[in-house]
Write a new protein. Structure first.
Length: 244
């Protein structure tokens, strides 16, 4: 490894990371990759660390994801730990997979933050449900099957046999987000898939993803990803992405 790793408190842990089937990586304060374990390298489409060394998320993924990762990294560089963040990402042929991500500040022996260590585990739909109680798992199934419909939180609560306030608390504790944000993630993930895999009009995609019209969909999409649906579609095909 390079000078970046000199003086770290736990050098031996690298040997363990090499054996992990989960995705593990180190970044410096510029957000550049300086280490990637074999599982993460395979995810990115490489087999050697030097192939991604010094590169950032913007070199591998679409802008909306790179921006999301960058925002997370900035918080970690300030000393905040991101633990067990549940995220819905599209990869491996644009199929949706739930991931559990942890990012922690990486400190030198002098205690100075010099970067971060990231750890991501693929959960998959069943993995996510296994983290949830029966009531919340029932809600997850309902939302997965009906996300294109107009759904009120009160309806989700009824499916779960919980009060709205109890449902909100359970979701936040078990999934790491509110029912509304979970539903929005499902819809936006499906929108990304349709934009990248089909030639359906944006107006139709908007309706298929639960929006009342194209204008509202565009506003919400841009709010979520800092890019319009049209620019997402145009930018997708020219980039070989680990995530899409």
């Amino acid at each position: 490894m390079d000078l970046f790793l000199e003086g770290l408190e736990c050098d031996p842990f690298l040997a363990i990371l090499e054996e992990s089937e989960d995705y593990v990586y180190l970044k410096n304060l510029k957000g550049e990759f300086v280490f990637s374990n074999p599982a993460h390298l395979r995810l990115m489409g490489f087999d050697r660390v030097d192939q991604i060394y010094g590169k950032t998320d913007f070199d591998f993924v679409l802008p909306f994801l790179a921006l999301r990762f960058q925002q997370q990294d900035r918080e970690v560089f300030k000393g905040k730990s991101l633990r067990k963040q549940v995220e819905l990402l599209s990869k491996e042929g644009n199929h949706s997979f739930w991931h559990l991500t942890t990012k922690l500040p990486l400190r030198s022996s002098a205690g100075k933050i010099v970067g971060l260590i990231g750890y991501t585990r693929k959960l998959g739909p069943e993995g996510l449900k296994s983290r949830a109680s029966t009531e919340v798992a029932r809600s997850l199934c309902y939302l997965q099957e009906n996300f294109s419909e107009k759904i009120k939180v009160s309806e989700i609560a009824k499916i779960a046999c919980l009060s709205v306030s109890a449902l909100e608390r359970r979701f936040q504790k078990e999934i790491g987000m509110s029912p509304s944000n979970y539903l929005k993630n499902l819809r936006m993930n499906e929108a990304c898939r349709l934009l990248s895999e089909t030639q359906e009009s944006i107006a139709k995609i908007a309706l298929d993803c639960g929006a009342c019209d194209q204008a509202y969909f565009t506003v919400e999409f841009r709010k979520q990803f800092q890019i319009t649906p049209l620019h997402y579609r145009k930018g997708f095909f020219g980039k070989g992405n680990a995530f899409s």
